[in-house]
Design a protein around this ligand. Structure first.
Ligand SMILES: Cc1cc2nc3c(=O)[nH]c(=O)nc-3n(C[C@H](O)[C@H](O)[C@H](O)COP(=O)(O)O)c2cc1C
Length: 342
């Protein structure tokens, strides 16, 4: 089916409604064994990173499947890995609606969802039901904090989530970069980050011994950081032996969208206007890290060429979310094929 035909229908709906309908339709199509009507997975180039074996380097970014309710259907689109979440210890409704906006002229979105999710226990139940993990698929689980947990106690929430998802994840992402949870991004400052990483990595060591398996830890950072801030974060990630870094989350900047409808809505901007900025962060990380850990490049990918530009900047793997909204499932195959050619 051509997404170009479906898109005007979806864009006539409220963005959150369109999102829910699309995920539901994907799940139903998959349950009927008809995923091949939606996308034909392309042969990709295998990548080993974080000690994991990725069938291709193109992943679904966090936030599309916050509860892990649609893992198998999304995986059937041909992604090399799927990241679910952000999940929090307790369920929470997120911010009042409307809280998601399309900026079609810029191929962008603004969201201030605020970690609306069913809580980590519900996510774990969903993962247990999915085939993808059982069949050896690479599943990232992205963890965060509840909105009403004081920021000084943020580490408690990350540890609760880490313990609960540990047995179910290929890797775990510590999300300290969503702009829609008050003060969350302050965890990127050197003092706060050092304390958080010490707590997370020490708990990981305990869990690795208990489970006889070391689950890699990735940290996801914002694009709204100076080169110096990125360099300090990189130093801390290496010091604490973090396994990977994901760059980047959405931006609070409004470069490239000034004057457009919805451009002044509060929230994180994603999609095409974020591409150059987030790729620059990948480049800065790559310089600072000098190969110490893999970088997952995310932000504004809307074509195979965009995906390649992240790799050229130093990323080992890529992810996208907003590109799916504007291009549909065919973007997956396009990126997989682009990364399979030199
Ligand atoms: C509607 C929406 C919800 C998102 N929710 C999350 C989330 O829960 N956790 C997270 O780490 N990132 C979240 N993101 C950020 C994406 O994972 C990604 O980092 C960002 O959108 C940039 O990539 P893109 O331009 O390909 O969308 C969300 C993005 C969007 C558009």
């Amino acid at each position: 089916m051509h997404y170009a035909l479906l898109r005007p229908l979806l864009f006539a709906l409220d963005p959150e409604r369109a999102h829910a309908l699309t995920l539901d339709a994907l799940a139903r199509t998959h349950a009927l064994g008809l995923s091949s009507l939606v996308a034909a997975p392309a042969a990709g180039r295998r990548i080993v990173a974080m000690g994991l074996d990725f069938p291709n380097g193109v992943g679904l970014a966090a936030g599309m499947d916050k509860n892990g309710a649609c893992i198998d259907a999304l995986a059937a689109l041909g992604f090399g890995f799927i990241e679910i979440g952000t999940t929090t210890p307790r369920p929470q409704p997120g911010n009042p609606q409307p809280r998601m906006f399309r900026l079609p002229e810029a191929r962008a979105l603004i969201n201030r969802l605020g970690f609306n999710n069913g809580g980590v226990d519900a996510l774990v139940r969903n993962v247990e039901r999915s085939r993808f993990r059982r069949d050896g698929g690479v599943l990232g689980i992205n963890i965060g904090k509840n909105f009403d947990t004081p920021i000084e106690r943020a580490a408690d929430d990350y540890l609760i989530c880490l313990r609960k998802v540990y047995a179910h994840a290929s890797y775990v992402t510590v999300n300290i970069s969503s702009p829609n949870t008050a003060n969350l991004r302050d965890l990127q400052s050197s003092d706060a980050l050092g304390g958080l990483l010490a707590a997370v990595m020490s708990e990981r060591a305990t869990l690795a011994a208990q489970h006889a398996r070391t689950v890699p830890i990735a940290v996801k950072i914002a694009p709204d950081l100076s080169r110096e801030q990125v360099a300090s974060i990189a130093t801390l990630l290496v010091e604490h032996r973090v396994d990977a870094v994901i760059a980047t989350n959405t931006t609070i900047a409004r470069d490239g969208v000034a004057g457009l409808r919805h451009a002044t809505e509060t929230g994180g901007l994603s999609g095409a206007p974020l591409l150059a900025k987030s790729t620059e962060v990948v480049r800065w990380l790559s310089e600072s890290l000098a190969g110490a850990m893999p970088i997952i490049g995310v932000g504004g990918i809307a074509s195979g060429a965009d995906a390649k530009s992240k790799i050229a900047a130093g990323a080992a793997l890529v992810q996208f979310y907003t590109g799916m909204v504007y291009r549909g499932p065919e973007l997956v195959g396009e990126c997989v094929r682009a990364l399979a050619t030199d």
